[in-house]
Structure formats: C-alpha cells, structure tokens
Design a protein. Structure first.
Length: 94
C-alpha cells in the first residue's frame, strides 16, 4: 500500500509527530503507527481527517501523481464548499 510510505513522509515533512497527528485526528498514537507500518489498514474516514490535518490530498496520501489541474480543481471545490457553508450559516442565522 503506497499510502503507508506517503503518510510517514508527509507527516515528517510537516514536522508532526505520530502523537501530534493522532491528537489532531482524534485517534491513538498506536493506530497512526500501525497505519504507517501497514499493520492495519487506514480507514477512509481517517484518511480524510489525515488529509485535512496534514494539508494534502487523498491522491498525495496514496502516492498518486497530482497534477496542477487536479490541485486547481480541488481548490475550486474547497472554495465552493466554503461558500455553501457560509450561505447555509447565513440562512440559519436569519
């Protein structure tokens, strides 16, 4: 599984320890360690949390090549999502 190597590499490049990452995503140090060593599989919901915490994409985490267009698309989606959240909050606040 390619993500194992990338999880370790991305985490280390960000200067974050396994314990810090575990705290950021609401899990234990042991689970992060097991994912990095491929002892257990990384659940998809935790992969999303890791990506948010580390500021990377699922493709990067999985070791897939990420193109400039993919980054642009992701940025546009994140901006659209932020606008939707803001509009929803405005509607709720009345």
């Amino acid at each position: 599984m390619a993500y194992k190597l990338m999880l370790h590499e991305i985490r280390k490049n960000r200067g974050i320890t396994q314990e810090e990452l575990a705290d950021m995503i609401g899990t234990s140090f042991f689970k992060v360690s097991n994912w990095e060593r491929e002892i257990t599989n990384l659940p998809l919901d935790m992969a999303f949390k890791i990506c948010r915490a580390l500021g990377c994409t699922l493709d990067e985490l999985a070791g897939n090549e990420v193109t400039d267009q993919m980054r642009k698309n992701e940025q546009e989606l994140n901006e659209a999502l932020a606008r939707i959240k803001a509009a929803t909050k405005a509607l709720e606040d009345g």
